[in-house]
Write a new protein. Structure first.
Length: 113
């Protein structure tokens, strides 16, 4: 499968929505494993479930920037029902594929940790 050399803002927003669902515990981390670099995968494993709440998470606002031709960064406000959360990610094009190389959230630990 050929990967496009650029990611559209819509593709990045959809990917951020999927990551928010993992962070809410509604989607297994393994489902996105092929799209994550090692560091991003380990971070997502540690934080999976930290956005858990009564409502499915929804992206309220996203901002995408491209600091380099093969890099995109997205920041998002995620509505988790009772409160909103912050999510940021960086994706890079390398070896003919896009990988999420870094994820940041406003929470440091999963609940109960």
């Amino acid at each position: 499968m050929a990967y496009p050399h650029r990611r559209s803002p819509q593709q990045l927003s959809r990917f951020a929505q999927i990551l928010a669902e993992v962070l809410a515990g509604e989607r297994p981390v393994q489902q996105v494993r092929p799209l994550l670099g090692r560091r991003a995968y380990e971070l997502l494993l540690r934080r999976a479930g930290c956005y858990a709440g009564a409502h499915r998470p929804r992206l309220r606002r996203t901002v995408v920037r491209t600091p380099a031709p093969d890099v995109a960064e997205l920041s998002a406000v995620v509505d988790c029902g009772v409160r909103c959360r912050a999510l940021a990610l960086r994706v890079a094009y390398a070896q003919h594929a896009w990988l999420c190389t870094h994820i940041e959230t406003d929470l440091c630990r999963t609940p109960g940790s």
